[in-house]
Design a protein around this ligand. Sequence first.
Ligand SMILES: NC(=O)c1ccc[n+]([C@@H]2O[C@H](COP(=O)([O-])OP(=O)(O)OC[C@H]3O[C@@H](n4cnc5c(N)ncnc54)[C@H](OP(=O)(O)O)[C@@H]3O)[C@@H](O)[C@H]2O)c1
Length: 434
Amino acid sequence: MTDRLQRIGVGLLGMGVVGGGVADVLVNDAQAMTRKVGCAVELRRVLVRDTSRPRSPDLPAPMLTTEAQEVLNDEDVSIVIELLGGEEPARSYICQALQSGRHVVTANKEVMAKYGPELMAEARRSSASLRFEASVAGGIPIIAPLTRDLLANEITSIHAIINGTTNYILTRMAQDRADFSEVLREAQARGYAEADPSSDVEGTDAAYKLAILASLAFHTPVDIRKVYREGITRLQAQDFLYAQELGYAIKLLAVAARDGDSVQARVHPCFVRQDNILANVDGAFNAVEVQGNLIDRVVFHGPGAGREPTTSAVIADLIEVARSVCSGVAVSEPLGVDRTLTVADVSSLIDRYYLRLVIADRPGVLAQIAQVLGEMDISIASVIQKDADPNTGTAEIVITTHPARESAVQESLTMLEGLEVVSRVGNMIRIEEW
Ligand SMILES: NC(=O)c1ccc[n+]([C@@H]2O[C@H](COP(=O)([O-])OP(=O)(O)OC[C@H]3O[C@@H](n4cnc5c(N)ncnc54)[C@H](OP(=O)(O)O)[C@@H]3O)[C@@H](O)[C@H]2O)c1
């Protein structure tokens, strides 16, 4: 697959936002690539859905195809870059490429979250490389640090902001005191959110990325179905007001933590102390904090998406794999999963909680609420009564708790909703302190 002129053939599956950036480097930065790799890296075939669409860079027509097999079976292609997105056909194409001994670079978080361990095992069986730096946090190097630079550590936790769309929305909600739906419309108009934003705002995208990070950090398979996931759609303007008053920012955090033989993996909105680095990651930026026994904590911060940052990560993977093809010296594959830790259910979580309740504005109500919480062994840290509404005879109260068990908090919320004096539970948000 490497000819006498030392040319390494690359097949590209997908030429959209990221594929276009990657093709641009391969076509217009060929000399720099040759210098970095030691061989010429040549784009041979590109799979797209519609060959008639104008593309940048403008490629010779015969290079484009709608037939995946023309890329996957091309004798001159030794490295396949998968940038289609979604589960299928991307997973099958990656698998086929690996089985035929071709190396694969992908940015596909869904495939890596659902099938990462088995694809890595397939790569090992086929003596091929599988690289996926761009699948988490776009341009921020985090897969390579976890699989190489931090290997000396026992990783104890990861706290991450790994979805730029939701971080942009939360930043605007905090700044403008606006509700979720209003800010979402603005984010869509500015191109920060997709027309269908559900994967971002419901936490699915962040959960995929967390499953990848947790499985690499703890060397265990993390079943994506066991990652607890809660989105940002229930947040309201007053939650940000109260958070600020109490000294916190609200962030959609992805948290993975090791606790003996089990691992917690959860994505949900959190109160984060204003002096925490993650509280100050604003707009579409991402950040990942890793804690380990030797390193204490390191934070990776930067652009988590976009054509150029993501291209940076894909091309870095490509250079590493191409250098190994060029030199004939195989690179070692990342440590596989060699442990089987259980993924703990969120009900066993011990955390602090913020509760916002709308209650009847009359004496004795607080005592009833305190009794319910007390019965569930939940200790109150602070209570603030807010905004009485004389028209409805209701008032809003904000309670923060000391560390309590999630299952007890969930049960107490059901009990509180059943009280005649509680009109509704406005929100419950976990207070993350670490
Ligand atoms: N965009 C980002 O900022 C970013 C950041 C990090 C990771 N990623 C990941 O990078 C990957 C690519 O994302 P993207 O934003 O570049 O996607 P995109 O703009 O939607 O591009 C997808 C490309 O794949 C082609 N394609 C899709 N399904 C196909 C099929 N069944 N057969 C043939 N061609 C097909 C499309 O062809 P047509 O052009 O003909 O439609 C298009 O060229 C995804 O896994 C994504 O999660 C993206």
